[in-house]
Design a protein around this ligand. Sequence first.
Ligand code: SF4
Length: 368
Amino acid sequence: MAAQALPLLRWSRSASSLCVRSSPAASRRLFPALRRPAAARCEAGSKVLLKEMDYPELEEKGFRPGQAMMLWKCLYGNNVWAHSHDELAGLNKDFRKMITDHANLKALTVKDILAASDGTRKILFSLEDGPVIETVIIPCDRSRTTICVSSQVGCAMNCQFCFTGRMGLRKHLSTAEIVEQAVFARRLFSDEFGSITNVVFMGMGEPLHNIDNVLKAAAIMVDEQGLHFSPRKVTVSTSGLVPQLKRFLHESKCALAVSLNATTDEVRNWIMPINRNMDDAKRLIELVQGIPCKINLISFNPHSGSQFKPTPDEKIIEFRNVLAQAGLVAFVRLSRGDDQMAACGQLGEPGEYQLPLLRVPEKFQVAL
Ligand code: SF4
């Protein structure tokens, strides 16, 4: 879900060594291939993909609590972020062999890493079955670095300002493929940027369209014994899938952002940043009356084939000032990484087949 164009509303709710004996029976108990869900299987083989499981599931698979916790910490904590069986330090030799024989630790392969002039990095990951997804690392200062994760290959929402939307929906990402983006960010960039502190689900895809896997991935990310992101610093952004939005608020401790893009249904139905006058600011003030929130203003980031242009800086400032004068907390967010197509709304590679551009409503044609 690329946070794009007009305002993005965001609110937070107040939001030892192991002793195990390997045997065929134990192996089946630990890695019950016969009863594992299809999504937990590695496409390339018959091994279990450990990152498909949250901690209760890992324990349920037959690990004793101590075993499960040590494995969990190797996968997600203690600055290990294990990707190979050699990195499972401290685990009992037999237990490690069992994992080597029956499980995989890694869900993605790095295809390329692009560096933008402002320090932003875009990582291209290959999935097991071929498609490529993109993840963005946005360093701000030593105390805050944000990772922007993808939740789908492409997207079904066809927002008119978004490059990803041109792709159409190719695939939902699995829990492991989502979590692995955060694991890779920590492995690759913790030394250079310091702690990776924030996660935003604003990469490729509408996260709430893939809500089961996103809820589980977010829960794994905030687990205190693992990646341990603060739930307040994990933000899922949606274009506004209302039933899923309610479910998310009910089931997750993480923050939610709604990408508005416009303040009337008429404009929103066609979704465009028609921020030519201050009427939107005034409607926005009315819309959020009584809602504890902050508003992020993000300009359009251009891409080939788009009919939109970025809003001039002075217009964005003017918009922000109208909101501020009404007592709202509003920030102008700088675009990061746009020289490497790593900014909001620029991820993906649509290819030959693209979703159609929507007809421009007559009254807005003069605005283009
Ligand atoms: S098309 Fe999908 S990824 Fe792009 S802004 Fe819309 S919901 Fe987000």
